[in-house]
Design a protein around this ligand. Structure first.
Ligand code: SF4
Length: 370
């Protein structure tokens, strides 16, 4: 192992394609909406993409986290429920959220305490990752845990092979994307979970982002036909004002009332240790707002068993229960092979198996290390 994190991760790179060459060795990275202008010898905001002698180098050939997760943990509620997802993470992020719940890997090279993340590096090929998914009966590949946009070239390499093997592919992301990255991903990306962390641009800038970029990503990914689910981690005192929650719900409804909205509970972490965990009542209020705004599918997450019906999927037309859930476990599944409600026949938005009898019910709903 090299003597610094940089020594360890810089060799695990290839030439990036999400870029513009601006002359005199200067490149503009187009993998995320920061669009960093990077001179030779300098690094982008995410720190893991850098300019070496006029060439943009980008992460390649490793993972820093790898396990099989229930797809409900991502969270996806309308994307092949109860399936296992081979989930891989890398290092680094383009945001610096004070309450990050994965900071040991996401803040590598941005916070010295997170440099420990480099110890988790496992060099691996795209073929091997696809083989592992197949061997573990995981029909979904997911880039998750850190921000996948900053390693999009590597994800596309894995997803291309995954699609050939019949797997579905997904991103779990902060949505700070560019149209260029989305267009590169679109042929391979089936589902995209996007965080909508706030409707207040000032608050977004505190996290290192820009609200409009995230809103544009939700809109463009939906337009491209990628299945989108939106998550708002409801943080007390940061984004739990009902007016702000109304703004979020109205925005999502304006793109499509069929986009699932997950309002999830925060717990104190990283730099935000003196705050309190999200009360159940706050999540209930957020969910009520989502439903009143016209969203067909609203879920409350991270506190299983305490949010009543907000873990289940209901038919938006006749209110029949379609999927019973508890945490990450699917207990009953009633969507038909045609993706419709068995009672009234209305089409249910999402991606569903055409073999509903194969949906695994019950179990532990826990991640599996591999
Ligand atoms: S991925 Fe984003 S933060 Fe990283 S170098 Fe590219 S534009 Fe900058």
């Amino acid at each position: 192992m090299g003597s610094t994190v940089q020594d360890r991760i810089d060799p695990l790179t290839t030439v990036g394609t999400l870029k513009e060459e601006l002359g005199e060795g200067v490149v503009r990275c187009t993998a995320c909406a920061h669009r960093c202008l990077i001179k030779p010898g300098r690094r982008g905001i995410c720190q893991v993409r850098f300019n070496k002698d006029g060439e943009l180098r980008v992460p390649w050939g490793y993972v820093a986290a790898l396990q099989i997760d229930p797809v409900e943990k991502k969270p996806f509620s309308h994307f092949y429920p109860s399936s296992d997802a081979l989930s891989f993470g890398m290092l680094g992020c383009n945001f610096h959220c004070d309450y990050c719940q994965n900071w040991l890997t996401s803040q590598t090279m941005r916070d010295p305490r997170a440099d420990i993340g480099a110890q988790y590096i496992r060099e691996i090929s795209a073929e091997k990752l696809v083989d592992m998914a197949l061997q573990n009966n995981a029909p979904i590949l997911v880039s998750t845990y850190n921000e996948p946009l900053i390693t999009t070239e590597w994800a596309v390499e894995i997803f291309k092979r995954g699609k050939k093997a019949g797997l579905d592919c997904a991103y779990v992301s902060n949505g700070n994307a560019t149209p260029e990255a989305l267009r590169m991903l679109q042929p391979y990306l089936d589902a995209y979970k996007i965080d909508l962390k706030s409707m207040n641009d000032k608050n977004y800038r505190k996290l290192g982002g820009v609200l409009k970029n995230v809103l544009d990503t939700i809109q463009y990914a939906s337009q491209l036909g990628i299945w989108v689910e939106v998550v708002t981690l409801v943080v007390p005192g940061f984004n739990d004002d009902p007016e702000e929650l109304w703004d979020a719900a109205r925005f999502i409804t304006s793109i499509s009332p069929d986009i699932p909205w997950h309002v999830t509970a925060y717990h104190p972490d990283y730099h935000m240790l003196d705050n309190y965990a999200t009360p159940v009542e706050t999540l209930q209020t957020a969910a009520d707002i989502g439903q009143e705004a016209g969203l067909n599918y609203v879920y409350a997450g991270n506190i299983p068993g305490r949010v009543g019906s907000l873990e289940n999927t209901y038919c938006p037309s006749c209110q029949t229960v379609l999927i019973y859930r508890r945490g990450f476990v699917v207990r009953d599944y009633r969507i038909t092979a045609k993706g419709t409600c068995p009672n009234c026949g209305v089409k249910i938005a999402g991606r569903w198996t055409d073999e509903p009898e194969s949906v695994h019910l019950g179990g532990w709903g826990l991640p599996r290390r591999i």
